[in-house]
Ligand binder design. Sequence first.
Ligand SMILES: Cc1cc2nc3c(=O)[nH]c(=O)nc-3n(C[C@H](O)[C@H](O)[C@H](O)COP(=O)(O)OP(=O)(O)OC[C@H]3O[C@@H](n4cnc5c(N)ncnc54)[C@H](O)[C@@H]3O)c2cc1C
Length: 383
Amino acid sequence: MTDWNAMSDEDFRREVRQFFETDYPEELRHLPHRPTFAEIEHWHRKLHAKGWVAPAWPAEFGGMGLNAGKLLIFYEEQQHWGVVRGRDMGVQMVGPLIIKFGTQDQKDYWLPRILSCEDIWCQGYSEPGAGSDLANLRTRAEIDGDDFVINGQKIWTTMAHDATHIFMLVRTDPDTPRKQQGISFVLAPMDQPGVEVRTIRTLAGETEFCEVFFDDARTPRANLVGELNKGWTMAKALLSFERIFIGAPNLAQNALGQLESFARGRGAFDDPVFRDRFAQAALDVEDHAALYARFADQLKRGETLGADVSMLKIWVTECFQRITELMIEAAGPDGGTIGPLQVGNVSVDVLSSFYKARPTTIYGGSNEIQRNILSKAVLGLPG
Ligand SMILES: Cc1cc2nc3c(=O)[nH]c(=O)nc-3n(C[C@H](O)[C@H](O)[C@H](O)COP(=O)(O)OP(=O)(O)OC[C@H]3O[C@@H](n4cnc5c(N)ncnc54)[C@H](O)[C@@H]3O)c2cc1C
C-alpha cells in the first residue's frame, strides 16, 4: 500500500494531477450542477478501483490516510481540474463520524458500503426554524422496542431524492434545560413507509434540494451513532476541516479565469469602468489566495486553526459572487441567456455561474454567522 504522506508534496501533486488530468471524463469537468449518482457512477467506480474515494480516511478503513497538508493538495487539484466532489456526504460527513464514534459493527457494516456507493447518503440537519440556530431542531425520535420512531420534517436536504440513507440530528429528549442537549445522531433508511421526499425547484431550474417528511418512520436502535443525547458534540466535531475546505480559493480563481477570457472576447475591457472593476476583483482573489496559503501552512505544520479561518469563507464566496455579477455585465444584453454563450473558442454559462454563486454565502454556516464568530471570538466584541 502506498504511503502517500512519505512522498514529497511536489511528487504527490504530480501524481494526483496526472490522474485528474488524464483519467477524469471530459464531459464531467466543471459540471454546472450537482450530479445524480447515475451521471457519475463510472467515474466513481474508477476512483474506487484506485482506492481514492476517501482521501481523508485512515488506510485501515479503506481511505488514503492523507495528512492535512496532502489532503489540501488533493482537494486543490480536484477543484483545479473541475473534478466533481461526487455524492460525497457519506465520505465527507457520516463516514468520519462512524470512524470516530461508531461501534465496531457499525464500522464493519457501513464504511465499505459508503466507499462502494452501495449506500448513498444525504444530510438531515436543517429544519424549518432550525438552520443557523440548528439546536432548535424538533424532529423527534422516540424509542419503541428495538427501534426509533421518527416524526418531523427536514428541509434543504441536498439530493435526498437520489439517496438511499439519511444521517440525521433528532431530538431524543425534549425535556432538557439546554436545547443543545437531548439531540442524537441517527442513521435511517429512506426506502420505507413514513418517509416522503419532495423536491424543491431552485431558481436555476435544478431540483437538487428536497424536503423530507417523517411520519412514524423507523430505524433500528443499532443505528444510533455515539451516545444517546450526545449528538450535538459529535456533529460539531466535523466542522474544523470543512472550514478551510469551504474557503479554498479555486472557486473564485476559476471564475476569474472564465471572466477574463469571456470579457476579452466580448470587448468588455474597452470600457474603463469594467477594467477597473475587473482589476479590483483580480486583486481580491490574490489577497484571498495569500490568506488561504497562510492557513494552509498552519495546517501543514500540524497546528489547529483558530476562529479567524472564518475570514476565508466570507472572502472567497463574496468574491465569487462579485465575479459572476461582472460576467453578467460583460455579457451585456445576453446576460439573461440560459445555457452557454460561445465567445471565440471559449464557452461560458454566465447565468449558471451567477446562480451557482448565490447559495455559497449561505451553506456551511452563513456569512452573517461567520461574521458573528469573527466579531466575538477574534475581535472580542460583545455578543
Ligand atoms: C446549497 C445549499 C445546500 C444545503 N444542503 C443542506 C443539506 O444537505 N442538509 C442540511 O441539513 N442543510 C442543508 N442546507 C441548509 C443550510 O445549512 C442552511 O440554509 C443554513 O444553515 C442557514 O439556515 P436557514 O436557511 O434556516 O436560514 P436562517 O437561519 O433562517 O437565516 C436567515 C438569514 O438570517 C441570518 N441570521 C440568522 N441568525 C443570525 C444571527 N444570529 N446573526 C446574524 N444573522 C443571522 C442568516 O445568516 C441568513 O442570512 C443547504 C443550504 C444551501 C444553500
